[in-house]
Ligand binder design. Structure first.
Ligand code: FPP
Length: 233
């Protein structure tokens, strides 16, 4: 506690390299990645993080081989089946960002049931990004704002940063404080581009399947030690 980060987001990278180092198939890395998701969601709750957002499947991940895409979908369904009870028992609300209706119908059905079941929970929020891309999110928001302008119900001058934020998938979430990326890559990869405007960025060489409560604690400590000025001085 006392770290002050309300909203933490993670780009969970390095599953493939973790598997490769062990001469295992990529799917073994994704399975170990789900174990890390389990550890880190528990740790985040215990450390008092109000909202945790995980980049599970990007709008670009469809370009991966069909077998890997279907492995990831199967793991997502397994995760909901195996872990939803625990989240619900801990008063965690599940949210999705991204255009998840494009996933396979059985996944969409499970997700909708999970969203409905946890909608009334008031503890922390777990946000899973599925078929998410920040540019796609902004295009959807611009289309909706543009339609209001075109119909004459919205004056262009009424468009403000707050108004744009309220049209994004993250509309009701707390502002993003800390964005973590594992595996040594230093890119945002089309994740939360608008929301990251004033977020602190934290990069670690650790591969996602190795990430744990201590690693999250270290990231939160680093965040607590930073001075955020939001462009002021
Ligand atoms: C990046 O590793 C990871 C992904 C593309 C998927 C992340 C998914 C999970 C951790 C499991 C499913 C998630 C949930 C919430 C159940 P990579 O394959 O790009 O690794 P590499 O860069 O080393 O190849």
């Amino acid at each position: 506690m006392g770290h002050g980060a309300r909203h933490v987001a993670i780009i969970m990278d390095g599953n493939g390299r973790w598997a490769k180092k062990r001469f295992l198939p990529r799917v073994a890395g994704h399975k170990a990645g789900v174990e890390a998701v389990r550890r880190v969601t528990r740790a985040a709750r215990e450390l008092g993080v109000e909202c945790l957002t995980l980049y599970a499947f990007s709008s670009e991940n469809w370009k991966r081989p069909a077998e890997e895409v279907s492995d990831l979908m199967a793991l997502l369904k397994y995760f909901i089946r195996a872990d939803l009870d625990e989240f619900h028992a801990n008063n965690v609300r599940l949210r999705i960002i991204g255009d998840y209706h494009a996933l396979d119908p059985s996944a969409v059905e499970m997700i909708d049931a999970a969203l409905e079941r946890t909608a009334g929970n008031t503890g922390s929020t777990l946000v899973v990004a599925l078929n998410y891309g920040a540019q796609d999110e902004m295009v959807r928001a611009m289309r909706s704002i543009g339609a209001q302008v075109a119909s004459g119900t919205l004056a262009p001058d009424a468009i403000s940063p707050e108004m744009i934020s309220s049209h994004l998938d993250t509309a009701e979430l707390p502002p993003l404080d800390l964005l973590i990326r594992t595996s040594g890559e230093k890119r945002l990869s089309n994740f939360l581009l608008w929301q990251a405007a004033y977020a602190e960025l934290y990069f670690t060489d650790m591969l996602w399947p190795d990430f744990d409560a201590d690693a999250l604690g270290e990231a939160l400590n680093s965040f607590a030690g930073r001075e955020r000025r939001y462009g002021g001085r």
